[in-house]
Design a protein around this ligand. Structure first.
Ligand SMILES: NC(=O)c1ccc[n+]([C@@H]2O[C@H](COP(=O)([O-])OP(=O)(O)OC[C@H]3O[C@@H](n4cnc5c(N)ncnc54)[C@H](O)[C@@H]3O)[C@@H](O)[C@H]2O)c1
Ligand SMILES: [Zn+2]
Ligand SMILES: [Zn+2]
Length: 397
């Protein structure tokens, strides 16, 4: 068996590099992981969540091996793995979960109590998420494999749809969760803030859930065009004007049933100030645009510390929200990591049975491991693409 490994490493603000790294062990420091497996990575995606770190907007330290969106083939099983076998092709939920704590037992795998000594919840290759090594690599270790992994029923069939299935590790479930928590159902009108990969995945999910009209807002025209390509309405937020007027022009009503924030704390102001950051702007729009009694899904990421924030309060994660408006309208807010395991199996079935074309909708672009730094730069520049790394050249063209 090979003992070499390479991966994408965070070098400091604005810089990532592909470097030789240690071959994974069934351990994290002193913590034995006989419940884990080693995967040969088949696909691993670059995420907007990685960009927060790479832009220097978190407390991530240089040297961190990146990557939490992983699909791979099992090449080694720990002693205590019972139901996953060598050769299985599997999707890895980005949340690391023990399967044994009270949160895991109630399906809240995004806030597992046993996998991160610092706080509830863990992930691969992420600041404050337990120190687990990332998977934008050739090989990676996945702990609690029996609990975490989703095995594809037929590996050959799965390879035919791997560009879709690779999105099950994070953004398809995340977009879907955003819509489910926002109460999207048949006939809903939905506003999705952000046309990045998560926003587009939420838009596809809203359609899958039966929404009557899906409106996507962003400042990047190419990303809005991508949303229109599969039937969404769009709002160009570089244009001045009242958001409610723009919604009314589309729906004939000034509010939507459901609102999904797929932007997070690096949100920009709308209109002529769109070059400027305004971290609470999407949350404030959510309260003004969502009907009374409506729900607001917030998969967009908010942080407890933002060293790059423009004001002192935001550096501590304190944002200027008009919370009284949400209170007055009896809004419900749903935050946090998506518990991927809740959704990955049904969404896999929707892909395998041809009910959804998520890879086309979000414009998956395959790249090699060596192209990862360019992928990061292009994604940061607002490309209307989801970059998926194929570290071993195993995906057929
Ligand atoms: N909760 C979870 O489990 C989870 C999982 C994955 C990603 N995320 C988060 O979801 C967010 C989106 O991820 P992504 O990969 O699509 O990132 P991305 O950076 O590609 O997309 C964000 C988009 O928001 C747009 N935007 C900025 N300000 C806006 C505003 N005021 N209104 C509307 N759009 C605005 C940007 O132009 C950009 O296109 C990130 O914060 C990411 O960390 C959360
Ligand atoms: Zn992600
Ligand atoms: Zn747990």
């Amino acid at each position: 068996m090979s003992s070499a490994n390479r991966g994408v490493v965070y070098k400091g603000p604005g810089e990532v590099a592909v470097e030789s790294i240690a071959y994974p062990e069934l351990a994290l420091g002193n913590r034995k992981c006989e419940h884990g497996v080693i995967l040969k990575v088949v696909t691993t995606n670059i995420c907007g969540s990685d960009q927060h770190m790479v832009r220097g907007r978190t407390t991530a330290e240089p040297g961190l091996v990146l990557g939490h969106e992983i699909t791979g083939i099992v090449v080694e099983c720990g002693r205590d793995v019972e139901f996953i076998n060598q050769g299985d092709l599997v999707s890895v939920p980005f949340n690391i979960a023990c399967g044994r704590c009270r949160n895991c037992k109630s399906g809240k795998t995004g806030i597992c109590l046993n996998v991160n000594p610092a706080r509830p919840g863990a992930a691969y290759g992420y600041v404050d998420m337990g120190g687990w090594v990332g998977g934008q690599t050739e090989y990676v270790m996945v702990p609690y494999a029996d609990f975490n992994l989703l095995k594809f029923p037929d590996a050959d069939q799965a390879m035919d749809k791997i560009k879709d299935l690779t999105l099950l590790s994070d953004i398809f479930p995340t977009g879907f969760h955003g819509c489910v928590t926002a109460g999207v159902g048949p006939g809903s009108t939905v506003y999705i803030a952000g046309a990045g990969p998560v926003g587009l995945a939420a838009a596809v999910s809203a359609q899958l859930l039966g929404a009557a009209c899906v409106i996507v807002g962003d400042m990047i025209e190419d990303r809005l065009a991508q949303a229109r390509s599969f039937g969404c309405e769009t709002i160009d937020l570089t244009q001045d004007g009242d958001m409610a007027d723009k919604v009314e022009a589309i729906l004939g009503e000034r509010e939507v049933d459901a609102f999904v924030d797929c932007v997070g704390f690096e949100a920009h102001a709308c209109g002529c100030n769109h070059g400027k950051e305004a971290p609470a702007t999407v949350l404030n729009s959510a309260m003004s645009l969502t009907r009374a009694g409506g729900e607001i899904g917030i998969p967009g990421l908010y942080v407890t510390e933002d060293p790059g924030a423009e004001d002192e309060a935001a550096k501590q994660g304190s944002l200027s929200m008009r919370f009284g408006l949400g209170w007055a309208k009896s809004h419900s807010f749903h935050t946090g990591q998506c518990p991927v395991m809740k959704y990955h199996r049904p969404l896999m079935q929707a892909i395998l049975f041809g009910k959804v074309n998520i890879a086309d909708a979000i414009n998956v672009q395959m790249i090699t491991l060596d192209e990862a730094p360019k992928g990061y730069a292009d994604f940061d520049g607002g490309a209307a693409k989801k970059f998926v790394i194929d570290p071993h050249g195993s995906v057929p063209a």
